[in-house]
Design a protein around this ligand. Structure first.
Ligand code: 6PG
Length: 482
């Protein structure tokens, strides 16, 4: 047996280390390289001890230690570092060798890199990897796209490393070019949506219902019994956690500003490019932006005092009787389900449009299958979503035969939650936007007749009529006589 390695991995940060250990534990031999050599030493002396892992201190050494065609996977920071590593690898690789980018790269970068490498005969794959540190080690959801033949050659490694469900490993070839990274980007858009929705429900529990974190945790955990949603599960755990540095719950001492690395924003940017509305996901991105301007919020809130836990004299909230509070609590579960379904619906609509525009030829049932386990948005719901796309091409996920009646049955609860939050002045933009998405799509008449008229009025942009074909213009004013 050759002592050469099956896979070379570049980048020994958290994801890289864990993914290497995962691949090695599936029976493969892995060569690793990191730009700073102390990371290699540290990894080889600790976590890699006694394993089929070879630490390499130069890229030449890494490349030389691989079985041909060589398979080199990059788990480095998205952006310029990926280009820098690829440029250093090019002179060392031969035609037919394979580079796999496993980071959260922008899909347009992936297309650009694939094109450049294709000219050199080097095969390229862009693969989304989801599941964080735990997933990387125990089984992530893998979303590869790019050169199909190259995928077939790494398939065994990916299938062994991926999370496993009854329907098989959570990996599958998604499509050419940047298909894999696009799907991962939208996964993250949905992730932003679900996170914002759970945060809003938490905010209602905290500021309107005045529940303690432990009690909130109980509700999230109970709701999650039948849903098996990773994000609901961790929400319950987070709310239960005591702070080790104070007498408080940890959640109460964590600062209320959230950062973002960009994939949520990219989803929204490309949705706008493609002309696809993703209001719930957009609201989630905006919420993070508004959370980040803390100084501005503090200044404004000092004078205008938004709803706050334990702030005396908040009459709007005090008007809510116990009965109304009980009803609100009951409505939260349906509202959360509804919002989450809409976040998925928006994401899948975006994938549908991108598939068409960029020629990915995505199989949405397969995407849902790959998301069933290992990834951050995993939940039982994905099994049902998969079935929907196996059986029909719904005009919208919420309007599929599987979800249509169920969704309509939740609307009264959603309206109750949104109404109450608006009444007391609590911002719940993701849920509100999800409801507006639903109401916009069920409206037979949108108010865009007025928009058409306004455009024609000030810019002679013309308008269409209901009763006649063609384009029309009205002389709304006599500009020469004003
Ligand atoms: C995953 C996650 C992961 C992402 C983080 C941070 O699927 O494992 O999506 O890829 O990097 O969640 O993302 P933000 O910094 O944008 O929140």
């Amino acid at each position: 047996m050759s002592d050469k390695c099956d896979l070379g991995l570049i980048g020994l940060a958290v994801m890289g280390q864990n993914f290497v250990l995962n691949v090695e534990s599936s029976g493969f031999k892995v060569a690793v390289y990191n730009r700073t050599s102390n990371k290699i030493d540290e990894f080889m002396e600790r976590r890699a001890v006694g394993k089929n892992i070879r630490g390499c201190y130069t890229l030449e050494e890494l490349v030389d230690s691989l079985i041909r065609p060589r398979k080199v996977m990059l788990l480095v920071k998205a952006g310029d570092p990926v280009d820098a590593v690829i440029d250093s690898l090019i002179p060392l690789l031969d035609r037919e060798d394979i580079i796999i980018d496993g980071g959260n790269s922008h899909f347009r970068d992936t297309d650009r890199r694939a094109e450049k490498l294709e000219k050199l005969g080097i095969r390229y794959l862009g693969s989304g990897i989801s599941g964080g540190e735990y997933g990387a080690l125990h089984g992530p959801s893998l979303m590869p796209g790019g050169d199909r033949q190259a995928y077939q050659e790494i398939e065994e490694i990916f299938r062994e490393a991926a999370a496993e469900t009854l329907e098989g490993p959570c990996v599958g070839y998604l499509g050419p070019g940047s298909a894999g990274h696009y799907v991962k980007m939208v996964h993250n858009g949905i992730e932003y949506g679900v996170m914002a929705l759970t945060a809003e429900i938490y905010d209602i529990m905290r500021k309107i219902l005045e529940l303690e974190p432990e009690v909130m945790a109980g509700h999230f955990a109970r709701w999650n019994e039948s849903r098996d949603s990773y994000l609901l599960e961790i929400t319950a755990e987070i709310l239960r956690r005591d702070d080790e540095k104070s007498e408080e719950k940890l959640i109460d001492v964590i600062l209320d500003t959230a950062a973002q690395k960009g994939t949520g924003k990219w989803s929204v940017q490309d949705a706008l490019e493609l002309g696809i509305a993703v209001p719930c996901i957009t609201a989630a991105v905006n919420s993070r932006l508004l959370s980040a301007v803390r100084d501005e919020r503090l200044k404004i809130s000092r004078e205008l005092g938004g709803l706050k836990k334990d702030r005396p004299g908040q009459q709007e909230k005090d008007r809510l009787g116990q009965q109304e509070k009980d009803r609100l609590l009951d409505s939260l579960e349906d509202a959360l389900d509804f919002g989450i379904l809409i976040a998925y619906a928006e994401g899948l609509k975006l994938l549908e449009a991108a598939s068409e525009e960029y020629g990915y030829d995505l199989d949405l049932a397969e995407v849902a299958r790959i998301w069933q386990d290992g990834c951050i948005i995993r939940a039982n719901l994905l099994q049902e979503i998969r079935q929907v796309y196996q059986e029909e091409e719904p005009v919208n996920l919420f309007f599929s035969s599987r979800f249509r009646v169920e969704t309509a049955g939740k609307i009264a609860a959603v309206r109750d939650v949104v109404r109450t939050a608006k009444d007391v002045g609590l911002a719940i933009p993701a849920l509100t936007s999800a409801l507006d998405y639903y109401d916009s799509l069920r409206a037979e008449e949108s108010p865009a007749n007025l928009i058409q008229a306004q455009r024609d009025y000030f810019g002679a942009h013309t308008y269409q009529r209901k009763d006649k074909e063609g384009v029309f213009h009205t002389e709304w004013q006599d500009i020469h006589n004003i």
